[in-house]
Design a protein. Sequence first.
Length: 521
Amino acid sequence: MAGKFTFGAPATTSASGGLFGSTASGSTGFSFGSKPAVSQTVSAFNFGSTTTSATTGFGTSTSGFGSGTSGFSGFGKPATTTTTASAFGTGFGLSKPTTSTGFGGLGGFNQTNQQPAAQPTQQDNAVNLLLTTATALSAPLVFGDERDAIMTKWNQIQAFWGTGRGFYRKDGAHVDFTPQNHFCRFKAVGYSCLPSAKDEDGLISLVCGKKEKEMQEVGKEKIREAIHKILGSNQSISVQIDSMREIPDNKTEITIYVNEQSSAIGSVRRVLASELHRFLQQTNIQQQLKQQLLVEACVPRMAMSEDKVRALLVNPPSGIDPVIWEQAKLDNPNTKNLIPVPMIGFSELRNRLRLQEMMAKQHQMRLDILSKGLHDVQQQQASTQSKVEQYKRKLLELSHRVLKVMINQEIIRKAGYAIQPEEEQLRVHLESMFNELNAPTQFRGRLNELLSQVRMHHPSYSSQPTSKLDPESMEEIRLHLRMQQEGISTLVKILQDDFKDLRTIESSLDNSIHCQISLFS
């Protein structure tokens, strides 16, 4: 039975079937960060006595040799050990053992402080690796003769290449060369965009080991149902798929977010990306995601804080020279949106090239969509322009018709009245303007002279069209010309028939004349 959507509730497992096969999985509630409490009873090596373990939030703590004690107290007074209990157990360094007597009966003679053995730190391991690498590249002692010089050059070539083993002692001690070593030559620094999503957006990317086409065939609804079942099948939550896109190596990235509905208020909120990621990082949840949806990775899509970005920029990555890293930070074209990232080895370069090719393909697809939309807009603009020209001609025709109507109306209204002085003055003025325009030495002559000069300097001026016709007018003109051509063809055919008849009549007349002449003769 599905539990409530709470933080901290224990999760139990149950058998369920996945989209790509049957799996064993289950969860009773949407309990972010919860882990099942474990209680164990461990039998110690104490010749018959039993030691119980104290159950804590993150594990158990067992006693040593003896009944209820942590010291080897079999030869006298039992040695006691006091511990400081905490809510997180005694196995994470939160409690320290106090002083204990050695064998009990010797009192304080052998009193010591039980301290854990010193463990090699990460810095010590790095120093040791650096020393062994320097020995393998400078002075290996494998053969003890001139062959060690050849081994030195071979180790240097392997270190430059970033692969292989560098032997430096006769006992077979060696160092493994990886692309992350400082001497590898196949490395560079590129730039990647910083994520812009917020924690409140609740976006989580699931990397699935299937092609996008195969995931599309499964269907978003089935994927949502599978994730919802993994989250506990709680009715107060709903899983939404934000996007689904293809990534290199025939994989698919599915971006999801989860909405939670409050039963008391009825409001809906998105679960934070950090909370959802912590819940999905549980071992049983990861197994269910991998078995049902073939999920290989789960990454929260949220912006990095300034402190994290600053920490990444301060410390150069492993295998990158600090000078190159500092220069990469100075060459960053956009410090607010881009961050330098190392590219070590050919595999990283190949992955980055694939990602760039995929993004270029997506950009090309987007450009094709925009180009098609622009072509459609241009066609609409051309049709709209032709309609505007058509409406302009109609407006001009209607204006002329209105003007004719107004003239006829004015003529009818003024019928029977004598010409008024204003009308006489207007007539005289119009006549004078018409005479000035038609005078040979006035405007008409100047216009003819200018027109002849333009034609002289621009011979192609008269051949160029001065106006454009819309397709409908062109079709009407073409139809009219076709009719004229058909009429001319018909007329030519009639004339040819008439000429043929005339020649027939003429030949008949000639024959009759010859016959008459022959009769008289």
